[in-house]
Design a protein around this ligand. Structure first.
Ligand SMILES: CC(C)(COP(=O)(O)OP(=O)(O)OC[C@H]1O[C@@H](n2cnc3c(N)ncnc32)[C@H](O)[C@@H]1OP(=O)(O)O)[C@@H](O)C(=O)NCCC(=O)NCCS
Length: 189
């Protein structure tokens, strides 16, 4: 997958540019992941120190080098400001599948950035990476995330009880999946 590349390809949408993250984006990553509503159903607790965002960036770069994580910054085309992240993880070439993740800065929820960015990464997964299956697991209370997946055609496939322990709370997960033949490409940008 992306043989020889040292950075992720940039993916364009009408309002967004999904791009490689750099040290200049550390403040934006910190702002994103230090908001408790953003990490309410996330796999880690809200950041309290900038060093956590620095470590995240190092991991993003290292895991891309290993080709186990593709983590784009969601930047607005108008000012290149990073307003979120979108990821493909658990990349499995043999079975042609990956897991999807996404987060948008709390100040920018409800503007369609989530759907626009995720839709583009889904397209990249099914076309450029030639994946057959994309999957995501979501807390059943995370209605906006479920809405993003449902609008893109993801099907509910299962329910896992108490799959996560976060901030002392056991959280359930709903599994969603989308197969390449089921995917309806978005209209041309
Ligand atoms: C999930 C998330 C990325 C959606 O980002 P977003 O940019 O607000 O998404 P959109 O604007 O495309 O909206 C998606 C849907 O959620 C709804 N929505 C957005 N903000 C909402 C809010 N605060 N309350 C209720 N619904 C909301 C929208 O109306 C939209 O539904 P629609 O398509 O029927 O109109 C964002 O809420 C987020 O970062 N959540 C925290 C991180 C997270 O949980 N990620 C997913 C882990 S599986």
């Amino acid at each position: 997958m992306l043989i020889g590349s040292t950075t992720l390809p940039t993916l364009e949408t009408s309002r967004l540019r999904l791009r490689w993250l750099t040290e200049a984006d550390i403040p934006a990553l910190y702002e994103l992941f230090s908001h408790p509503e953003v990490t309410r159903y996330w796999s880690w607790a809200a950041y309290t120190e900038r060093a956590q965002a620095e470590k995240l960036l190092r991991n993003i770069h290292r895991l891309f080098a290993e080709r186990s994580l593709f983590n784009w910054g969601i930047a607005r085309r108008e000012d290149d400001r990073v307003v979120g992240t979108c990821t493909l993880s658990d990349l499995n070439a043999q079975n042609q599948r990956a897991s999807l993740g996404y987060a948008v800065n709390r100040a920018h929820w409800g503007q369609g950035y989530g759907r626009e960015a995720v839709s583009r990464v889904v397209e990249f997964g099914f076309t450029s990476l030639e994946l057959h299956r994309l999957e995501a697991d979501v807390d059943p209370r995370n209605t906006s995330s479920i809405q993003v997946l449902a609008r893109l055609g993801f099907k509910r496939e299962g329910y896992q009880r108490e799959r996560y322990l976060l901030n002392g709370e056991r959280q359930d997960a709903v599994l969603y999946g989308l197969l390449r033949p089921e995917w309806q490409p978005a209209p041309a940008r």
